[in-house]
Design a protein around this ligand. Structure first.
Ligand code: GLU
Length: 490
């Protein structure tokens, strides 16, 4: 067992985001690959935007995907919600104040606004001017005790480098001059993100911080806090942003971003995980389909990409289709259970019939996601849609009315002479042979016979082939449908 420990610390300010899942997945794969542990904690200090509902959604989602890790909030363990740790943060804030590594700042909002305005006018970068930095700490403490409002700022060194070797992006370094004395708490009992995240990472013995690239500018600030508190500094790895197809940052306007939406649409969790694994990482041989075990075995941070990762929904659809085929082959009963909520409007309770259809090779690849299954199956269960004579006698086949009558009458004869249970695909060949034989008997072309038969059975321009339709419609319905077609020809 290695001592590697990573973490996933979402803020409960929205439904489980696809980007959070990707970050959780990379943390999980890294931890498992290294024989380490993953910690799941909740950054719930934003009281205005955070809700319990979002928290539950995030926890349930990560648990369902198997990415919640080895320790933390999902196991009901205490101390993994920031809201439970105010005392701990207060202790460290006090330490920083006592050691003069942080100080109280009494500047009013008006003063700070004016300061920023002046800086903007002079085209200077916005930064705190250090007004309160030389106040006598004892006097400042008294003022706060007397009830005066003050934020707490970190005393950032005036010069010197803050560098780190990002495990994805390589050496990164900035000079302290580029930072100002930033606020780490609104009050001694109201800490802000930079302080809480550092204290948590230290207390939870995190060795590797793996998170989205949008946090890269936070890292030097957090390193300064690690240093000020005398903590060991973890390794950092920043993951590429996920982008819309037009290369803008993944947004709700252009893509679904919540995991729930993808699951509700019938993407399989394993397909989503496989897809997300490749959103910013690949293997040398460009393999595309991976089991979880393979991902764990192959995942390394040095193959994470630096550039943004485009969210290609067509690729996800393709991958999901592959996973659906596999799920059907592996265990149709289990697959059927997952499909049930999607097909509740299909008017049948014949489970076996549905399972046989799902397994039929002629239906393979007809649905990329579970929500497409009812669309593919409904023609076999709903009344035949009204269709035109011109669809039945499609122009390109040069079919005359007499031909149609002969073909449909013959088809009735052929199907009338075969007995089959609805859904018995073992009869498919016999039905197919019988109907194809009409071509020779009437001396017509394939299209002149098989097209009108297929349209009569489906009422649709596109559908599975005539024998498959016949098998799953059942004999009686087939004969009825051929009658409907004959009516149109009269
Ligand atoms: N709560 C932060 C987020 O959801 C996590 C920041 C971090 O990983 O340090 O983006």
């Amino acid at each position: 067992m290695s001592n590697i420990r990573v973490r996933i610390p979402p803020s409960p300010t929205g439904l489980l985001h696809i980007g959070t899942v990707r970050t959780a997945l990379y943390n999980y794969l890294f931890a498992k690959h290294e024989g380490g542990k993953m910690i799941f904690r909740m950054e719930d200090t934003d009281k205005e935007r955070g809700t319990k509902e979002y928290e539950n959604d995030i926890i349930n989602g990560l648990v369902k995907l198997g990415l919640a890790g080895d320790e933390g909030v999902h196991l009901g363990q205490s101390g993994y919600r920031q809201s439970e740790r105010t005392d701990v943060y207060q202790k460290y804030l006090q330490k920083l104040l006592d050691e003069d590594k942080a100080y109280y700042c009494f500047c009013s909002k008006e003063r700070l606004d004016k300061m920023r305005e002046d800086q903007r006018a002079k085209k200077l970068p916005p930064r705190y001017d250090g007004c309160c930095k030389n106040l006598d700490p004892a006097k400042a403490k008294k003022k706060v005790e007397a009830g005066e409002k003050a934020v707490i700022r970190l005393r950032v060194p005036e010069d010197g480098d803050v560098g780190f070797r990002d495990l994805v992006r390589g050496e990164t370094c900035i000079n302290c001059k580029e930072l100002d004395d930033f606020v780490i708490a609104r009050a001694i009992n109201d800490p802000l993100y930079h302080l809480t995240v550092v204290v948590d990472d230290h207390d939870m013995k995190i060795t590797h911080v793996i998170r989205g690239e949008d946090h890269i500018s936070n890292t030097p600030k957090q390193i300064l806090i690690f240093r000020a508190l005398g903590f060991d500094i973890p390794e950092f790895a920043h993951l590429p942003l996920i982008l819309n197809e037009d290369k803008s940052k993944l947004s709700k306007r252009k893509n679904n971003v919540s995991m729930d939406d993808y699951l509700a649409d019938g993407y399989l969790p394993e397909a989503l995980l496989n897809f997300l694994a490749l959103l910013g990482w690949n293997t040398e041989d460009e393999q595309e389909i991976f089991s979880m075990d393979e991902l764990i075995e192959k995942f390394t941070l040095d193959r994470v990409h630096k550039g943004g990762a485009v969210f290609d929904i067509k690729k996800l659809d393709w991958m999901n289709c592959e996973y659906i085929k596999k799920a059907i082959n592996d265990d149709i009963d289990e697959f059927y259970e997952n499909v049930k909520p999607f097909i509740k409007d299909i008017p049948t309770d014949d489970e076996n019939l549905i399972k046989n259809i799902l397994k039929d090779p002629d239906f393979e690849g007809r649905f990329n996601k579970l929500s497409e299954i009812p669309v593919a199956l409904m023609p076999l269960f709903s009344p035949i849609p009204d269709y035109s004579l011109s669809l039945l006698a499609l122009e390109k086949f040069n079919i005359t009315t007499d031909m149609l009558k002969d073909v449909l009458t013959k088809a009735k004869e052929v199907l009338g002479a075969i007995d089959w249970e609805r859904g018995d695909s073992s009869k498919s060949q016999e039905i197919s042979d019988g109907l194809i034989a009409i071509v020779g008997e009437l001396g017509l072309k394939n299209g002149q016979v098989l097209w009108p038969i297929r349209v009569s059975l489906s009422g649709l321009e596109k559908s599975p082939n005539f024998a498959t339709l016949a098998v799953y419609l059942g004999k009686e319905e087939c004969l009825n449908r051929l009658d409907v077609a004959l009516e149109k020809v009269k």
